[in-house]
Design a protein around this ligand. Structure first.
Ligand code: ATP
Length: 358
């Protein structure tokens, strides 16, 4: 028996992406800022767009918001084509990096502003604004002006101002960029919890790979206006599809075609994470099947607190970064000192073939 899904059917709704981008392009003169992007984002997903400065993330976000018209392609929100719709008729809200708060208004007035424009009655406005303020734990600051708040508090007001509209989709453009590292980490956890509680689809732009890994359900890695890979944080880290992704997400050793042939006897480039390499000061007596062995000289030892990175120049040319956790049981080894001979071993299975044609 075949079942037909109607639009009222929950199963059919679940299949409709919250956002769907097809063949999206944007050129500014001869700059191809966005050069053919296809993405489907599920309802309730925390989706990040990650990439270096100038890779096109913000332009994609601005096209979803309606602040920029695409040169080509299509944008669908909840199945409806909004490519040419004005920003205010799209069910999305944006939180900008600079928060864009009105300095002369109180926190409460800032949050109510959008509802006032939409002519929501005063009593409902107040209730919804106070509710949004409670969501970001800032009830006590309602009567303050933005200048009387810390950076983190201003960030929360900007968030409340977007949440008060109860959007289905929230677009966040480097919203934590202006905060110091400690506050940034705290806000990452808060933001993720808030998103989970509210069930809103979040599209989050960042150039900080650690931030994207911490918060996202899935991440799209951008490079020169195109997407290199869309995957979960774990898949992106453990199975990078390209040399660019391997290098941009976490630290990696890239074995080019020649090094791969010499060390692994395999064709094509490979990525090898530093934590998968073991460092020994003596040559191993037996090298088990499936294990690769290479010899070299330690050129640099970099202490990072929880871990140490040791850079080893291989006898056959090239160098590898090795990561060791600094737990109390780790024995100091000669091989870990600059100028010392180092023997490296790793499992062949940890070498991930990557597309190096970037
Ligand atoms: P960042 O992390 O620095 O914000 P990004 O990945 O968000 O970078 P975009 O801001 O989308 O990158 O910019 C992509 C490219 O388009 C860049 O080369 C940028 O200079 C160019 N660009 C963006 N907006 C305009 C504009 N209004 N006019 C001309 N060029 C633009």
């Amino acid at each position: 028996m075949t079942t037909t899904l109607t639009s009222e059917d929950p199963a059919a709704t679940a299949l409709t992406p919250a956002i769907s981008l097809r063949g999206l392009r944007k050129s500014f003169g001869d700059v191809h800022a966005v050069d053919g992007v296809d993405i489907d984002i599920a309802p309730g997903e925390f989706f990040s767009m990650l990439g270096p400065s100038g890779s096109g993330k913000t332009t994609v976000l601005r096209m979803i918001a309606g602040f920029e018209l695409p040169t080509a392609g299509e944008i669908r929100l909840d199945g409806a084509d909004v490519t040419r719709e004005a920003p205010f008729s799209r069910d999305v809200n944006t939180v900008f990096q600079d928060y864009a708060l009105f300095p002369h208004m109180t926190v409460l007035q800032n949050i109510e502003y959008g509802l006032r424009v939409k002519r929501v009655p005063r009593a409902e406005r107040r209730t919804r604004a106070l509710d949004a303020l409670a969501r970001v734990q800032l009830e006590a600051m309602a009567q303050r002006k933005p200048s009387q708040l810390s950076g983190g508090q201003r960030q929360r007001v900007a968030l409340a101002r977007a949440l008060v509209n109860r959007p289905k989709v929230l677009l966040l453009d480097e919203p934590l960029g202006a905060l110091d590292l400690k506050l940034r980490r705290e806000m990452q956890v808060e933001l993720k919890q808030l998103q989970r509680d509210l069930g809103i689809t979040f599209i989050f732009v960042t150039h900080d790979q650690e931030e994207a890994l911490t918060m996202s359900d899935r991440i799209a890695v951008f490079n020169r206006g195109r997407i290199e890979q869309v995957a979960s944080p774990q898949e992106l880290y453990e199975q990078p599809a390209t040399a660019f992704v391997a290098g941009f997400v976490g630290t990696t050793n890239l074995l080019g075609a020649e090094a791969s042939l010499q060390l692994l006897g395999s064709q094509g480039a490979h990525a090898l994470r530093p934590e998968h390499i073991q460092l020994h000061d003596a040559e191993p007596d037996v090298v088990a099947a499936g294990v690769i062995h290479a010899r070299g000289t330690v050129s640099e030892v970099i202490y990072l607190g929880a871990a140490t990175h040791t850079i080893v120049d291989l006898d056959q040319g090239g160098s590898l970064i090795v990561q060791r956790q600094n737990d109390s049981s780790a024995q100091p080894e000669r091989a870990g000192q600059r100028g010392g001979t180092a023997h490296l071993t790793w499992q062949r299975t940890h070498c991930v073939p990557v597309d190096a044609a970037v």
